[in-house]
Design a protein around this ligand. Structure first.
Ligand SMILES: Cc1cc2nc3c(=O)[nH]c(=O)nc-3n(C[C@H](O)[C@H](O)[C@H](O)COP(=O)(O)O)c2cc1C
Length: 504
């Protein structure tokens, strides 16, 4: 079910006992972040700060703080459901390029209703302020050494001046003055490509920063869709209803008519850049100050009863873990179109998404794991994954303890590590140069003879029938015992435990 507003989502959370109203005055400077950090670390409730010490709107935090709430935010009971739907849909689409298929989504008959709709006005424009003061918003300062207040859950809408394609990205915004802000779109992101295109053309770049509305829209701004694929179309697919878009009052851009607030403005690529940061980031460290483009604000529009959404990122686990986890599930079917050998994929929390990815594959030839690594390092945002660990299909990559056991056991450091140089995440402070450094691939599959494997032993497991009988007995002996975590068994017939030979 699609939500008409952020308040509609909050109502649902409240009815389910998943929302706590904070009536005490709490400061957007550090206090809200510290409280939300605690809630996020304990998979606690969403928080609605009704009386911020500064700022004229209530603040909603920890909206995505559990798998359940993130699923509800995406209009489903569990985000494996839309992942399965997407997988089925992609199988029926004509076999063109990966993203061509996504662009085709609305053309697939019943999905036509999922494309964005165009309306005029809308709840988000109930109040139009042409000389706004951003300091009237409850913008959070989240960590002690942050350079100032940052908008942390925005949908930044821009347009490619050449193709006209819209992009929606989640890039933090540092408030610098009443009508001035810094735009932290990083080097490899789509809005940066738009910025470069406006610069080449010598034109000002319109920007709209939407906040709130249906939380599926907020999630989609963070989703790694490639340039040219509209995040609001993807949101329509998730919420099973097209997103209503309205035109800006001072910028020629469309944004969600049901959003809570929108900051409109322009970025002049000819203007000097401005110092942005430091900012306590999702790596758990402060990202270093650097130069970024400036937004000159031309209007603030908002609902009369707007709610300002925010998040705190920092040492994991934080709520963005669940947004990243949803992305891992939703994007697996798309990844499998290009890499059909991939069985499953997981991003362990401590890897803060771009530092570590586990994959299991149906290995079919010597060097298969390496082929996949190089393919991923050449694909969109996966290209900045610092560590890729590839397992055989019988390893459950969602079970990170099992992965550690298997990887430590199966890897010979000299033979099985692949180190490559290339672009890395802008936030990687360990890289010797800005956004450029090394990435490592770990081939944790069983090694075939051609790969230098000797005889490969089997992991120890009891036969399934014996396990079933002994589990029953144990349950009688220890009533109420939890089901044991076991290896993914029985193994699929393809995964032989005898050493494999190519072609064998
Ligand atoms: C809470 C949160 C904050 C983020 N902040 C930034 C940011 O400040 N700058 C940035 O480039 N990416 C940031 N990201 C990651 C981008 O939103 C993500 O890479 C997205 O896919 C980019 O979209 P694009 O491919 O349209 O550029 C953030 C993600 C989350 C979940």
């Amino acid at each position: 079910m699609a939500y008409r507003s952020l308040r509609a989502f909050l109502d649902r959370l409240e009815k389910a006992g998943e929302l706590v109203r904070v009536r005490e005055p709490v400061d957007p400077v550090l206090e809200m972040a510290a409280l939300a950090d605690r809630a996020a670390k304990q998979e606690g409730p969403a928080l609605l700060f009704e009386n911020p010490r500064s700022g004229r709107f209530p603040v909603a935090m920890n909206l995505f703080g559990t798998r359940r709430r993130t699923s509800w935010a995406l209009s489903c009971e569990d985000y494996d459901e839309p992942a399965r739907e997407l997988a089925a849909l992609l199988k029926t689409a004509p076999p063109q390029g990966l993203w061509e298929k996504l662009k085709l989504l609305p053309k697939l008959g019943k999905l036509a209703s999922l494309t964005p709709k165009h309306v005029s006005g809308g709840p988000v424009q109930e109040v139009v302020e042409r000389e706004p003061d951003l300091s009237s918003l409850p913008v959070l300062t989240t960590w002690p050494h942050d350079a100032g207040p940052f908008v942390t859950l925005p949908q930044v809408v821009t347009r490619d001046p050449e193709s006209g394609a819209r992009n929606v990205g989640m890039y933090r915004i540092q408030v610098l003055g009443p009508r001035r802000a810094a735009l932290h779109w990083q080097l490899h992101k789509t809005a940066t490509a738009h910025y470069r295109a406006y610069k080449r053309r010598g034109e000002r770049m319109p920007v709209a920063i939407a906040l709130g509305g249906d939380p599926a829209l907020t999630y989609c701004a963070s989703a790694p869709l490639p340039p040219g694929v509209d995040e609001y179309l993807f949101a329509g697919f998730l919420r099973k209803e097209g997103v209503a878009l309205t035109r800006g009052v001072t910028v020629d851009l469309e944004y969600p008519a049901d959003a809570d607030l929108v900051i409109e403005g322009f970025c002049d690529p000819a203007a000097p850049l401005v110092r942005e940061g430091p900012f306590g980031d999702h790596t758990g460290y402060y990202s270093l100050a650097d130069d970024y483009p400036v937004l000159e604000v031309t209007a603030l529009v908002h609902r009369r009863d707007a709610v300002y959404p925010a998040t705190v990122v920092g040492p994991p686990p934080m709520e963005d873990l669940w947004m990243g986890n949803a992305t891992g599930r939703l994007f697996l079917p798309m990844l499998q179109l290009v890499f059909p050998e991939v069985v499953d994929m997981s991003f362990p929390t401590a890897g803060v998404f771009h530092n570590l990815c586990f994959l299991s594959i149906r290995k079919e030839f010597p060097g298969h794991a390496r082929k996949l690594m190089h393919g991923l390092w050449g694909s969109g945002q996966m290209s900045s994954t610092k560590t890729l660990v590839v397992f055989d299909e019988d390893v459950d990559v969602q079970d990170h303890a099992q992965c550690a056991w298997r990887a430590f056991a199966n890897v010979d450091a000299r033979r099985d590590l692949v180190v490559v140089d290339g672009p890395v995440d802008v936030l990687d402070h360990a890289a010797p140069a800005f956004a450029l450094g090394a990435k490592v691939g770990v081939d944790a599959t069983r090694k075939w003879a051609e790969e230098g494997g000797r005889e490969w032993p089997e992991p120890c497991v009891h036969p399934p029938e014996l396990l079933r009988r002994m589990d029953e007995l144990y349950q009688r002996l220890v009533p109420g015992a939890a089901a044991p975590a076991r290896m993914k068994l029985p193994l699929s017939p393809a995964a032989s435990w005898t050493p494999k030979r190519s072609g064998g």
